[in-house]
Design a protein around this ligand. Structure first.
Ligand SMILES: N[C@@H](CCC(=O)N[C@@H](CS)C(=O)NCC(=O)O)C(=O)O
Length: 215
């Protein structure tokens, strides 16, 4: 059954891999599943046809036959549960990998998104100068602990898993702030994720959509 995901017709990051379809593409590449992409404009995302797939009018979505999913954590978990390669077979390591997926979207992504909002959308507000350092420190508070937990390991819990895929995807959004580089082991962890052939294929596929036409 053909898998169809949605992605931005024109991604705000110009194809730097930060739009969340990249993590779905990455998961599908890791497990060797082909997929099609339906590109949606900002306007179409807020129209009834897309809202029926994604109630908040966002991308990505995932369709497989009559199954429709939204929320990247749920989509990656679905892919990882149905295809070998992203979750350990033993119940306890498997549960821990899923725990890291939740940690990525529940404990790391919220402060990182708050920082993005402060930097990109609130930079000109008169109160931003005072607020942004507070938001940065909330990110650092989580990064300190994640860095300590990872230590000098390659991945968060043994072999690479969907937990790492989600965590690396979330941490990538910190690159431009400079905060990721304050944590050499986390910067190296993200680089290891980006170096995976499956990530490279996913990145290049989303970049191709956003490349300006030549000629
Ligand atoms: N929690 C959602 C977040 C989805 C999300 O924020 N998508 C962004 C693109 S990366 C989006 O569609 N933004 C446009 C909008 O919210 O109008 C998930 O993980 O799937």
């Amino acid at each position: 059954m053909t898998i169809v995901i949605t992605a931005f017709e024109r991604s705000p990051d110009g194809g730097k891999g930060l739009a969340r379809d990249t993590r779905i593409r990455w998961a599908l590449e890791e497990v060797g599943q082909p997929y099609d992409v339906r590109l949606v404009s900002f306007r179409a995302m807020k129209e009834p046809a897309h809202l029926a797939l994604q109630p908040f009018g966002q991308i990505p979505t995932y369709e497989e036959g009559d199954l429709v999913l939204f929320e990247t954590g749920a989509i990656v978990l679905h892919i990882a549960e149905r295809h070998a390669g992203l979750l350990p077979g033993d119940p306890n390591p498997r549960a821990r990998a899923i725990t890291w997926m939740f940690a990525a979207v529940n404990s790391l992504e919220p402060p990182i998104l708050e920082l993005e909002t402060a930097r990109l959308l609130e930079a000109n507000k008169p109160w931003n100068k005072e607020r942004q350092p507070l938001v940065e420190d909330r990110v650092r508070s989580r990064m300190d602990k994640l860095s300590r937990r990872l230590g000098d390991a390659n991945w968060l819990d043994g072999a690479f898993s969907a937990g790492d895929l989600m965590m690396v995807s979330v941490l990538l959004r910190l690159k431009s702030s400079g905060i990721l580089d304050e944590y050499p082991n986390l910067a190296a962890y993200v680089a290891r994720g980006e170096a995976r052939p499956a990530y490279q294929r996913a990145f290049n596929a989303q970049l191709a959509v956003n490349k300006p036409p030549t000629g």
